[in-house]
Design a protein around this ligand. Sequence first.
Ligand code: PLP
Length: 404
Amino acid sequence: MGKSKKDLKFASIVSQDNAPAGEYIMPHTAPLYLSSTYIYESPEKAQEVFKGKEKAYIYSRWSHPNAELVERKIEQMETIDSKDLKCRALLFSSGMAAISALFQSIIKPGDSLIVQGNIYGTSVDHINHLAQQFDLKVYYEDFKKTDKIEAILKRDKKIKLIYTETPSNPTINCYDLKALSTLAHTYKTRIAVDNTFASPYLQRPLNYGVDFVIHSSTKYLNGHGTGLSGLLVGRDVAFMDKDAWTIRKLHGSICSPFDAWLLNLGMKTLSLRMQQHCANALAVAKWLQAHKAISKVNYLGLESHPDHALAKKQMKGYGGVLSFEMKKGYKAGEKLMKHLKFCKLTASLGTTDTLIQHPGSMSHYFVPKEQREKFGITDGLVRLSVGIEDVQDIIDDLDQALNH
Ligand SMILES: Cc1ncc(COP(=O)(O)O)c(C=O)c1O
């Protein structure tokens, strides 16, 4: 017979939580579940849950309500265009954790990968580390040259994955997801795309046959720069539920409840933010293109961009990130960044405010210099993540800094 609440000692009262049972609680917005474990009404129930016969939360490293809320939303967003599309999403502690889980659940020692040469710097760094550790053969290629990719697929039967990123960071190219998926499947391999720059609002790669979609949801999906998170979305639900889920559980790389809660909050305004990011970025790109100090602007919304027609077909808009080359090279870019007052010098992107950075010395510093140069990540390239502020304030700041 347990003690009644009245008889408990001071230390016991403060140590335990008494859920307000039976009270009517129905929060309007999703609560934050800060609990590492979940309790069961009986040992029998606990046994069934651990055996997987009954569904319930077990331990927050495995899964928790704040992660699952985001995962179910993302699955709906990624498959909204067709009733036949199915997928499973898993939420991670960062974009890199999602990328890492994908590789860890697919790659075996001695395998080969075909990887786009111009992708996020830390993705390259990670792949190079894995290549050393697991004796992988990695082909870094220009993904416009599909004939070259096909020749590799014909020659090397150990290709486990084609890894692409579109729009690419920081060169802002668009790659043909349908053509690349067809190629991957013809040669019985799989294709993953990092969809961070587009977000599911602007591009839904499952429509084009892609097997895995990755998001650094730290960026547009969160939208406010308040937390880290990443998503791995897979078309093969059985693979996601078993292989990818097991890696996340064993590595402990699930997103924390608080970061998942912040992500869900940010996602609520994704559509509106993306529309404004796109409108502002186009206006800034046009203004930069006409400036005498700039030699080239990379923005998919410009009709002069070589990938404009493909982006128009594959995406719902052209995104909020652009990059540009200064006529006078890196020194001129450095001077520009020094004199900006409104735009912030920082490595991230996809927040409500405008962020500027230099890929060669910041986001892509860990990519070997010869690879950077081969794939267009020149020392003179500057990347701008255009925010949703009043666009005239962004242009005025760039103008005063360029005139210094
Ligand atoms: C395109 C892209 N993918 C992945 C990542 C990694 O995401 P995270 O920083 O959330 O680990 C980044 C980060 O900047 C990125 O820009």
